[in-house]
Design a protein around this ligand. Sequence first.
Ligand code: ACM
Length: 276
Amino acid sequence: MKIGYLQFKPELGKANQNTEKVESFISGENFDLIVIPELANSGYLFNEKEDLKKVSENPETGKYCNMLKRLSKEKKAYIVSGFCESAKEDNKEVFYNSSILVFPDGEYRIYRKTHLFFNEKKFFKPGNTGFWVYDISNKKFGTVKLGMMVCFDWIFPESARTLALRGADIICHPANLVMPYCQNAMFTRALENRVYTITANRVGTDLNGGESLEFTGESVIVSPAGEYLSRASADKEEIFFTTVNPELSRNKCINEKNNMFEDRRELFYFKNTKND
Ligand code: ACM
């Protein structure tokens, strides 16, 4: 199965430009699965909610998501991308920091970021989808189970763990990382769950109203054995693919006596951690 990521620099507030840029990066490529960074259609460093109105979209009708659906169909390939989602709730417009998984038949699934980072709390509602796993299939690679999480979800080990316990073979992880830890931590997320992880990070700097934020690139793919199959540069736009065997994710043994899931002792993992 040929999997990969796009690492690029979205232009803040320029949805049409970002849509064209992503299309031009992937339209000449052949692959089974690609992961594209968080908020790929919008950029990241918003100042006020008004900024989101212009760049967010409904995944059913939005230009960015429809471009992904068209490419997925043309290529008979699966695409995961972060995007700025607009939704109507109680007759009000609300925003989610979301990830879409697009199927070649035009179907799609949405994951909404569970753990919001820093100022994201001013603009987005916390995700309400939870962590779910979806079957993707074709004649070439059979059936593979995909899970999604977005950026800062990585720091909560429960995110990847939940996906792995639900059977994920590959965790797709669109990101806009500003701290340097995640790329190293994904080694542990992949190893402790024995799954493939694809972290598609962005590069470049967003500038807005005198503020600036630099993103750390170094998108990574890690195998269930904790091998780095790729690590991109810190600052360049790059597209990368590699061939993997997702069946490796289904073997949770680290030796003949230890199975990572069967050896778990849930009895001692408290739900309520108050010590009284
Ligand atoms: C982040 O969650 N975008 C840092």
